[in-house]
Design a binder for this molecule. Structure first.
Ligand code: SAM
Length: 230
């Protein structure tokens, strides 16, 4: 019973719900005027609110403690088809803070603004369902080479690479913010691995078996979440 609202919807202790949000609360969840629900701004603030005739009223702030202790960024090469939809949903449920869709040499999917908006909506739905206090941010798709040249986000950086003799991700993880990169179905090219290592990425293994790209992204997030919360 949770909806993500934007700051523009909140004024003087009231929330002006969008049509889709009212529909969700009243038709899908069957809440009535006077019933309570949770509103979140997706950036860490959460409130208990009450449905009114025209607007909802904020009752009080609610403390939510469901975020991982350290910020996790996943840079994920776009898989073909609709595979990224499921990746976004699952890693958002597991606690990712930021997702960067990567266009690598072997990426087949052509991203566009419509797809990015859909991924952001999926991330919001996943955050609502997992009772998180933040909605993961979906960055604009970017070429891997360009991304490597950009300002690094905070934290140690790991490159998931199924070749070579890399340490296990679980053993390499610090108790701190991290960024992890997962390649496409065809894998990273040697040049892409070398370019990443040159700017400080540490190659890591997810085990002896080769995982599908979408499975690898979800496995990475599960390992990081478990390591941070142990
Ligand atoms: N051909 C399969 C597919 O259709 O998805 C395999 C793709 S695998 C090459 C895709 C990415 O998952 C790799 O670039 C790597 O980032 C990650 N990956 C998969 N298995 C891995 C492993 N055992 N260790 C480290 N990374 C792995």
């Amino acid at each position: 019973q949770r909806v993500v609202v934007s700051p523009a919807q909140i004024q003087d202790g009231t929330i002006t719900l969008e049509k889709t949000q009212s529909h969700y609360l009243q038709r899908v969840l069957r809440l009535k005027v006077g019933d309570r629900f949770i509103a979140m701004d997706g950036q860490g603030q959460t409130w208990l609110a009450k449905i009114g005739e025209t607007v909802a009223t904020i009752i009080e702030p609610v403390a939510v403690d469901s975020e991982l202790p350290h910020w996790v960024t996943l840079a994920i090469a776009l898989p073909k088809g609709s595979g990224f939809d499921e990746v976004v949903r699952q890693v958002s449920e597991l606690g990712v803070a930021r997702i960067v869709p990567i266009i690598s040499e072997r990426t087949l999917l052509q991203p566009n603004a419509k797809k990015q908006a859909r991924w952001q909506k999926i991330a919001a739905e996943a955050a609502e369902q997992s009772e998180r206090s933040i909605v993961p941010l979906i960055a604009e798709p970017i070429q891997w080479k360009k991304y490597l040249q950009s300002e690094p986000s905070c934290g140690q950086r790991f490159l998931c690479w199924e070749r070579g003799d890399s340490p296990a991700l679980l053993d390499a993880l610090p108790q701190a913010a991290v960024e992890l990169a997962i390649g496409p179905e065809g894998g990273w090219t040697t040049a892409e691995v070398e370019a990443a290592v040159a700017v400080g990425y540490q190659p890591v293994s997810l085990g002896k078996r080769i995982l599908r790209a979408v499975t690898a992204a979800v496995a990475v997030m599960a390992i990081v979440a478990a390591a941070q919360e142990r």
